[in-house]
Design a protein around this ligand. Structure first.
Ligand code: 6PG
Length: 469
């Protein structure tokens, strides 16, 4: 009898199974196509106690009760299909853990449906890609605490380990785990886009080669910007295509794909009324990139006259570093705010500093700055978007001139900076006591009698404005 079952042997599933087995647990694996299971057992399993099964019944029967089964299958219908296949063989008290990037509302539905049948269910965000799954991912499990307790020991062992503990915690009730993973990805999109924008400025304005940009990125990675995404970016810059000997990054088509988690983050933020412009514009940037043909055609129609400026390259690089730090900080600010709001609305009961802690290792957005963010939040847990602190304000104000300069410079050279600019505008909006929304309210009242409130007296008002011709 094996201790853990795992379904879905794509690379993430294979690596997670190996990780679990290497921590001393016996694992049963199953994959829809048997070939994959055979291949995995033959090619990758050495001394680990992993057994493959070719039908779901014997797979389930190979597990110790109460059974614990991890699903590593594609989000969406495949998850429901596997659950349906499993159900006839499961018993009350068994546990299913969905380790994919499932939409949080699907997870809530599944928790509810399975609870009626006495089956426990955890929705668990798993971040860190293939390497993370094998050597230690960041794990974001959510659901009932009772379900978490059943697998807590395994999860804590297989997660990435940092000096502040394993990158796994009980995130919260219901779909809290998948919600947090979704927002993790929203932040991931924003940081990736912000890095791409500073890269664009370096190659198009400073005329740097990928090699030179790689050196800058590496230098940044040794400082405050130290992070997984910075590290892979400098490695990408240096990577040469074997066939042509050219830098591979220059040969990659500029159309960014997406599987939906970033979009869901923005959609949810709009639903909950929490501003996340940097996260949303990162999704927009990917959408815009997809219109390559139109972009190429239109670029031939626009005459661009570039300014003749002599730039102090070292200063620009320092400004870019500051701008990126500003954007990373404000992206986390927006993401955390959204998680906090969801935690209230859906009664997740999420501990934000704990979320920051489990993002410190294993995951794609792991970064040195997380310690600073956690310090700010620990000083005042109510400061859910991190902005209401002297430390945050001085951190951002120190970089304000840089991000202003960099975004203006980019515009002089016709370079779009959707995330950098929106990070700046997010901050400027949040520190502006007097936004032009008064005019919007007046317009709404003018054309639709939607009413407005006043700053000089209490109440709801409507005005008979000039008649419309
Ligand atoms: C992670 C990642 C991962 C995600 C990829 C691709 O944390 O390991 O977020 O879960 O699937 O980043 O996502 P997109 O295809 O949407 O870019």
């Amino acid at each position: 009898m094996n201790e853990i079952g795992l379904i879905g042997l794509a690379v993430m599933g294979q690596n997670l199974a190996l990780n679990i087995a290497r921590k001393g647990y016996s694992v049963s694996v199953f994959n829809r196509t048997s070939e994959k299971t055979k291949e995995f057992l033959e090619e990758r399993v050495k001394n680990e106690k992993i057994e493959g099964y070719h039908d779901i019944k014997s797979f389930v029967e190979s597990l110790k009760k109460p059974r614990k089964i991890i699903l590593m299958v594609k989000a969406g219908k495949p998850v429901d299909d596997v659950i349906q296949e499993l159900l006839p063989y499961l018993e009350k008290g068994d546990l299913i853990i969905d380790g994919g990037n499932s939409y949080f509302k699907d997870t809530s539905r599944r928790i509810k449906e399975l609870k009626e049948k006495g089956i426990l269910y955890l929705g668990m965000g798993v971040s860190g890609g293939e390497a993370g799954a094998l050597h230690g991912p960041s794990l974001m499990p959510g659901g009932s605490i009772e379900a978490y307790e059943m697998v807590k020991d395994v999860l804590l062992k297989i997660a990435a380990q940092t000096e502040s503990g394993p990158c796994c915690t009980y995130v919260g009730n219901d779909s809290a785990g998948h919600f947090v993973k979704m927002v993790h990805n929203g932040i991931e999109y924003a940081i990736m886009q912000a890095i791409s924008e500073v890269y664009d400025i370096m190659r198009k304005i400073l005329k740097f080669s990928p090699e030179e940009i790689g050196d800058v990125f590496e230098r940044w990675n040794n400082g405050e910007l130290n992070s997984f995404l910075m590290e892979i970016s400098f490695k990408i810059m240096r990577y040469k295509d074997e066939e042509t000997g050219k830098h591979l990054v220059d040969l990659i088509l500029d159309e960014a794909e997406q599987k939906g988690t970033g979009k869901w983050t923005s959609q949810t933020a709009l639903d909950l009324g929490i501003p996340t412009p940097s996260l949303s514009l990162a999704v927009e940037a990917r959408s815009l990139s997809f219109f390559k043909e139109d972009r190429v055609k239109l670029s031939g129609k626009v005459k661009k006259t570039y300014p003749d400026v002599k730039l102090d390259k070292e200063k620009v690089i320092k400004d870019l570093e500051n701008a990126l730090l500003f954007s990373v900080f404000t992206s986390f600010s927006q993401g955390l705010w959204l998680i906090h709001e969801a935690s209230k609305t859906f009664e997740y009961n999420i501990d934000l500093p704990e979320v920051l802690r489990i993002w410190k290792g294993g995951c794609i957005i792991r970064a040195k700055i997380l310690d600073f963010l956690r310090e700010i939040l620990n000083e005042n847990k109510e400061n859910v978007n991190l902005l209401d602190s002297d430390k945050s304000i001085s951190f951002l104000m120190d970089k304000l001139d840089s991000i202003r300069y960099v975004t203006n410079l980019a515009k002089e050279f016709y370079i779009p900076t959707l995330v950098l600019s929106s990070s700046l505008d997010y901050f400027l909006s949040m520190v502006e006591g007097n936004l032009p929304a008064n005019l919007i309210q007046a317009q709404r009242d003018f054309f639709g009698a939607h009413t407005y409130r006043r700053i000089d007296k209490e109440g709801i008002f409507h005005t008979e404005w000039e008649p419309i011709d």
